[in-house]
Design a protein around this ligand. Sequence first.
Ligand code: TEU
Ligand code: CA
Length: 544
Amino acid sequence: MLDKTKRGWWKSAVFYQIYPKSFLDTNGDGVGDIPGIIARLDYLQTLGVDGVWLSPVYDSPQADNGYDIADYRAIWPVMGTMADMERLIAEAKKRGISIIMDLVLNHTSDQHAWFQRALQSRDDPFHDYYIWRDGSPDAPPNDMRSVFGGPMWTYVPHLGQYYFHQFAPQQPDLNWAEPAVRQALYDMIRFWVDKGVEGFRLDVIDSIAKDPDRKITGNGPRLHEFLRELSCQALREPGLVTVGEAWGADVERARQYSAPDGSELSMVFQFEHMCLDQQPGGEKWDAIPLSLPALKQCVRRWQLGLHGQGWNSLFLDNHDLPRIVSRWGDEGTYRVPSAKMLATMLHGLEGTPFIYQGEELGMTNIRLPIGAYRDLETLNLYAERVAGGYDPRDVMASIHARSRDNARTPMQWSAEKNAGFSPAEPWLPVNPNYTEINARAEMADPDSVFWYYRDLIALRKRYPVLRDGAFTLLEPDSEELFAYTRETEREQLLVVCNFTGGTVPYTPPAAFAGAETLICNYGGLAGNVLRPYEAAMLYRRTAP
Ligand code: TEU
Ligand code: CA
């Protein structure tokens, strides 16, 4: 177990993200719940993770699956009770697992008491908790478009005003320029720290300092001022880990967010690598093939750029992204080796890995008819594009490749009915491949993706080079191989990955002749080729 009183403990940690609605249903209503998470803590302990990032469990009307919070200090009754939450924190802690909660500080639900008061009159003290502009019904303040489609402004007739929302109309943006808003949020954070929560993932944190009059959403002028205040007012314990979701982060900004002096956050989720397979400057729905050299350049920039000057998060999956094995691997013949290869590439890097539920099983995307999708972003996209004259078949192809619901199908626990997720009809369909891909089958198979992840996590704990080693990219121009080294004064690590379904000639650098194989998805490198999606880590000690 990691000593979590130590500053920077999270640099040695591996986290696991749970999307609670889809994890495990224990009371037969088709929706995952907190008792379901408690029931699987032993599973997470077997995997070896040090912490869980819990997507929102707060009271919410669920317009955006809990990213629309109606009460930050209450649990959504369908998910459980406050007593369940306290038990989860305690039971996790017993197993060396920290609970990291999702903090949605950019907006609330329109059902939140603050917004309900804000709606009452322009003079209500809560009115200024949100962002309003005067206007008439047919003339919004400007033409800004919401992330989920439609305008960023919604008109309230009895006030003669528009409120601002970067996401759905049910998610009004909080006004961070109002000191009372910030203080109320800090008090709420302390409520959770006092309950034993050991860190936070901060939803769209780079959007809090918006300035709609100048059409600024991300990276607003007061962003880092707000973050430093947040950090010193509400997150002062050095043991707390904080991860900011920052779509607008480049390397330079990430250095500031994750500065070693701890003045802002522990690290951020940045998305440059996740945007490489879409048209430059375009939308995620318009996918293009991944260029491996571009991915390598991107990874290299982040590895070198934050080494000693900040800290990287490492991830390929989350609840907003399609499944990585379907995206950059092969969900067919080579599903197992390609899932392991992608994990090897990621877990060899410097930073803190985050595994998204089901990734450790190699779970894949799903293809549903439009009526079966639940995600508002997907449903809006379909309506918007079809109305705009797109061929519905093309729209469905984009949705099958990119919808957020790809990641949100229920966790596949067993080959039993509904994948063992629930005895009842799940809130979102189970992927029909659960009869083959499920936790029970994988735990019974020593060569499964699950045990490979367990081994990768264990290696990170055993070899300091995985935490500290300096990164060097090899073969930058190869369209087939991703190879790099990590190095400290005492240890050298070589990570080599074949990103293709073909056989590729490869000889490790001479320094690694006779080196120890730490892990390999084919049981060990053979001769001078890499087999389809083969991956390995080779290791040598250079000093005692
Ligand atoms: O995501 C932020 C965000 O911008 C995403 O909606 C992203 O743009 C989109 O998924 C890409 O298609 C966070 C949460 O992770 C997401 O689940 C929420 O819906 C969103 O914030 C609003 O809270
Ligand atoms: Ca339930």
